[in-house]
Write a protein that binds this ligand. Sequence first.
Ligand SMILES: [Zn+2]
Length: 130
Amino acid sequence: MHAGPVDELLSEAMAPVLRDLRSADVAPPRIEDRDWAGDPDSASVLMWGADGSGVGVYASRSASAPDRVAMVAEQVQDWAIEQLWGRATTNWPACPRHPETHPLRVSVRDGVAVWTCPAGGVAITPVGSV
Ligand SMILES: [Zn+2]
């Protein structure tokens, strides 16, 4: 399989959340440029953890840029929580208001993908600045 550069659109959508991921207690994922989705509207890659487990990540080409960031952030968050499972607290990224209770949840506010507190939906910080 051709191992070219990761799709630019997807790479742009993933950059902020991969930056946030540095705050999580997980080994950085290896991104494999494999278009598993096979859908012209989707850009997709595989993300591999240090334990050898891989998950697919995709973004819709027809979505807006902030929606793509939010879409990817959710998938990377699921991956991170899976990686943390059983060896560390899994609430990544932790809610600064309720660090023991829940992780933040991504949403799009005013055209920006932001991490929000799921209790009340208060925006905490843009994706990419955790
Ligand atoms: Zn909260």
